[in-house]
Design a protein around this ligand. Structure first.
Ligand SMILES: Cc1cc2nc3c(=O)[nH]c(=O)nc-3n(C[C@H](O)[C@H](O)[C@H](O)COP(=O)(O)O)c2cc1C
Length: 229
């Protein structure tokens, strides 16, 4: 599989917009059969692998991932019983939209989404997801999927989880129904304030098929109206 840079050219622009607010909600559209869009509001957890351990973590040092993982994979914490995961079984195509009110700008992230669980309980789809995510990551030696899911679970505010989606089941250390939804980007568009302009970054595989670069073009969003209208 081709290797993507964990810090592509669009990431600083998105990361700087994200840092302009304490918490980021965004909309994620999936496709349910037959070809019906389905959209909901989610809370961004960050770039996969980059979340630090809780300051007062109860996870033993030998159960922790080493620091230093980097990626351009966006992810959220969720519950495997929610409808979005049934839709990902049908199609992994998604579009996420972020609006930053303080900057009056938006980002659209198009790509594929996958479930990630403790113990890899989502079969082939999760296996494909893990491979796709790994191709977008810089991984320090000894980094491990199970440790990462445990880290994210420990950082969940359990009260918030109850208000966001059904109460998770009680299995330890990570409930069976706890899921990460990871978004593997293929195209990123920044809709700039005013001026009707957008920057669009597209992932392009090098001729030898092993490395990927992101190419940016500037778009004009609205097409000129025909003089007959
Ligand atoms: C502000 C806000 C933040 C939310 N954040 C999340 C989240 O991070 N994860 C999640 O699974 N659901 C979250 N939800 C709930 C979802 O919008 C949605 O109702 C739920 O995930 C079920 O969606 P589905 O039936 O499309 O799977 C949030 C809702 C609101 C209003």
């Amino acid at each position: 599989m081709a290797q993507y840079p964990p810090n592509p050219a669009w990431k600083p622009a998105l990361a700087s917009s994200l840092s302009s607010q304490p918490v980021t909600f965004f909309q994620l559209a999936t496709v349910s059969a037959p070809l019906t869009p389905h959209c909901r509001t989610l809370t961004l957890s960050g770039f996969f692998g980059e979340m630090p351990y809780a300051a007062a973590t109860a996870i033993a040092a030998d159960q922790q991932n080493p620091p230093g993982a980097e990626s351009d994979i966006l992810y959220v914490a969720s519950d495997g019983r929610s409808q979005k995961f049934a839709e990902l079984e049908v199609s992994q195509a998604v579009e996420a939209v972020f609006f930053f009110p303080g900057l009056w700008s938006q980002f659209r992230i198009r790509g594929s989404a996958f479930p990630i669980s403790a113990g890899g309980r989502c079969g082939q789809l999760e296996q494909r997801g893990r491979s796709a995510v790994a191709a977008h990551m810089l991984l320090p030696e000894g980094w491990d999927w199970e440790k990462e899911v445990l880290k994210v679970w420990e950082r969940q505010d359990k009260t918030m989880i109850k208000s966001k989606y059904p109460v998770s089941t009680a299995e330890k250390p990570v409930p069976d129904d706890f899921r990460l939804l990871v978004i593997v980007p293929e195209e990123v568009q920044q809709l700039l304030p005013g001026d009707n302009k957008a920057l669009t970054w597209t992932a392009t595989t090098a001729v030898n098929g092993t490395a990927v670069d992101w190419v940016c073009i500037e778009d004009v969003l609205l097409h000129k109206r025909s003089s007959k209208l």
